[in-house]
Design a protein around this ligand. Structure first.
Ligand SMILES: *[C@@H]1O[C@H](CO)[C@@H](O)[C@H](O)[C@H]1NC(C)=O
Length: 184
């Protein structure tokens, strides 16, 4: 009984955290479009653990679509391998908030651009409401070099979402991924 009450309280806390997050005010998809590097990642799903040490700061390209949706192409470097993945982000009624279908997990997740100044950095939260395991915070940079205060802000936000300090990665740059001359 006590365990049940505790579990309910914990679920409510997670719900409140998720509901609390607001997208970037006056979010502008056109300005958000283009090339980014994922220079930071906070993710503590157990299924991700085996890959943690392999993560590299890889490149992604956001394409704004006329209907307010967006397509993301993201490269992923693995030892001896570089592949691209495509994601289709569907607009919700709220600018800066999208949903997408995760092939990897077979569920729809929410994507919120929490904070961006468009020309330097963006903090992006991905989660599945009511399911803490899928919460992921990314720091995108227009370049691979990121200011310390922006990294601190990203870490602070990840911690505020219940992610642990150990779950926060600032990965090294991907090498030759996407391969040079591949039309980026
Ligand atoms: C966006 O992604 C969807 C789904 O992957 C694809 O069908 C569509 O052609 C893409 N649109 C553009 C303009 O790239």
């Amino acid at each position: 009984m006590r365990t049940t009450v505790l579990a309910v309280v914990m679920v409510m806390c997670v719900m409140m955290v998720a509901a609390d997050v607001k997208p970037q005010r006056d979010f502008n998809l056109q300005r958000f479009a283009g090339k980014w590097y994922r220079v930071g990642l906070a993710y503590d799903s157990p299924s991700f653990a085996p890959y943690r040490d392999m993560v590299k700061a890889s490149m992604g390209i956001i394409k704004a679509l006329p209907n307010g949706n967006a397509n993301l192409t993201m490269w992923e470097a693995r030892p001896g391998d570089c592949r691209s993945h495509s994601y289709h982000y569907e607009a919700t009624g709220v600018p800066g908030q999208f949903t997408y279908f995760s092939q990897r997990h077979g569920i729809v997740k929410d994507v919120t651009v929490v904070d961006t100044n468009y020309n330097e950095y963006a903090v992006v939260l991905k989660h599945k409401v009511f399911n803490r395991e899928y919460t992921q915070v990314s720091l995108y940079g227009r370049s691979l070099k990121m200011k310390t205060d922006i990294i601190q802000r990203f870490k602070g936000f990840a911690l505020s979402q219940g992610l642990s300090r150990e779950s926060i990665l600032i990965p090294p740059p991907a090498e030759n991924c996407p391969p040079s001359g591949s039309g980026r």
